[in-house]
Design a protein around this ligand. Sequence first.
Ligand code: SAH
Length: 443
Amino acid sequence: PPPATRGAAPLSPSLSSPLPTAPAAAVRLCSGAGGEPEAAGGDGAMLRHLARKLRASGPVTVAEYMREALTNPGQGYYTRRGGVGQSGDFITSPEISQVFGELIGIWYVSEWMAMGKPNTFQLVELGPGRGTLTEDILRVFKQLASVLSKCDVSVHLVEVSPKLSEIQAATLTGGKVRPNPEDESAYMKGITKTGIPIFWYRDIQDVPPGYSFYLAHEFFDALPIHKFQRTEKGWREVLVDIDPEVPDQLRFVLSPSRTPATQNFIQPEERRDHVEVCPEAGVIVQRLASRIEKDGGAALVADYGHNGTKTDTFRGFRNHKLHDVLSAPGTADLTADVDFSYLRKMAQGRTATLGPIKQREFLKNMGIDLRLQVLLQNSGDTATREQLLHSYDMLMNPEKMGDCFNFFALLPHHRLVHPDKKDKPQSKSPPPPVAGFNELLLK
Ligand code: SAH
């Protein structure tokens, strides 16, 4: 049997100034947590590349900067380092506890049942990190093999980082994987340890159409954001430029006039003075919503974020510490809180949306307390029990990950239709409540 918990050993480095609410920066903290950024470092290749570019053609948008720093094919942070996990720069829920992925696996099975047990589905994960979450989900699918026996399941991972895709392949297939010829959309394919076909893509658009359950955990926060500042002269975009005073040092500047992005992304009714918008997240949600509308399925998004209320949340992590976003680009993770109100808007009514709901409420509804009890009963030694309690606390404590992480779902409209609103209210029993957002009721 798998170990009861994994990766929850305490992470040592502490912040130079104490944080008001969160534990030592083991997880990527919600914005506003404060703390002094770590000093610069790295080999400077990305900085030199950017400095050349900025000197040649002027300041770039924060989105362009973030895209270069994170996913530049040669020097990007995810491309080269990929930083998830104990030995990396930040740790995520699936890396803290196996229970997290197991409950998400149960969510998919419960939705699959509620939607009439279609005879095939694709599990599509965006930004799978080390592959841990998928591994935990697939273990649940295997344990529930008798329920899923007549269902044809396949796994589809959307991952831009060659380094992380290798780690995912090792975790999930144990080596049963091979590169795919270039003319096919999937760049790699294999068979999971549980015997399911698995494929890798660079873009969600490459994933074949079909009934799919989508998953995006700590994915949207890594996508490039635009930043805007209200000034006396109107909205201006925050740009990244080279500091003329200090060689090879970057700084933020404001665009001298409006930019295409200020015209397109700021709502007329906006009241905040500083706004972050992630158009790439919007485009991906539109694609998910269209795919679900057309082919069926559901999407579960989990991330730290807000409902259109927060302002400056752009921050960096390196070696489990906050890191100055403009220093040593390519060596640190850059992230911004997800604006769930924007995601909801970008679904454009093609699907219904649920949430955001706090992680601790979602996991509670999914039965985390019962699962913890079972694991505690089954674990013989004190160290394991302490680990279990510690990881439960990390996931659930409102001052740790419980409150600032949220769950959000896209579902076909028919999944939520209340019987009163149907033409023939008596013809069918009401659809079962959606687990996680309500209490889990497995029949
Ligand atoms: N879901 C994982 C990892 C989160 S880190 C976990 O919770 O542990 C973000 C992940 O998204 C990494 O796998 C990173 O390589 C991937 N990623 C970042 N930008 C991407 C993009 N534009 N397209 C596809 N994957 C991306």
